[in-house]
Design a protein around this ligand. Sequence first.
Ligand code: GDP
Length: 218
Amino acid sequence: MAAADPSAEDIEAGRRLFAAPWEFVGAAGSYTSLPPMRGTEIAFAGRSNVGKSSLINALTGRKALARISRTPGRTQELIFFSAGGGEFTMVDMPGYGYAAVGKEKVAAWTELIHAYLLGRANLARVYVLVDARHGLKDTDMPTLDALGRAAVSHQVVLTKADALKPTEQDARLAAVEAALAKRPAAYPQVLATSSRNTSGIPQLRAAVAKLLAERSMR
Ligand code: GDP
């Protein structure tokens, strides 16, 4: 990885941030049902099955949070969790790219996501999860395009990095970073994580803590 590893202080700040008690704030299936903006928000997006629930579990150490997102009927909604009395909100965005989903649902999803991205002034960054074994897929492009059009800062996070050998992982990181170079709203550095062996999890927590600290200084 080209970028400097986070300092021990940053790692500790990330640990503390995610160790705070989390609460379920609400779920929104339409723009009008979004909870009011409060504190700083980050969101997680990715193809269905990318490992989003596992990553949210690994970050927070709270299995119940991702279970909330899996409740039938909730899979097409944005799910809001907050910590620190509402100062920090984490949003689980509905998984995309699931082949069995009809055109109508895709259109409704796209509309909701666009409205959310354009209207959310407190949204600091969207983490776009990509399966390390597969890299970027065509189905990731509409999301990356929407993020770019809305000029929402976003960063790609590889999941399931344990499934690759270190040399394969480096090659995947380089390929994804090269593909993102043409996208100005995309953060140039890609992080590799594994919920299975927790590699990269403390670093992702540290990156989020740093982002929040930078936002609060503005
Ligand atoms: P979601 O649909 O994006 O929420 O994905 P899940 O978290 O439910 O994970 C989808 C599948 O990927 C499950 O079979 C998980 O066991 C598997 N998975 C999730 N995280 C990892 C990981 O870090 N490493 C590996 N090897 N598999 C994972």
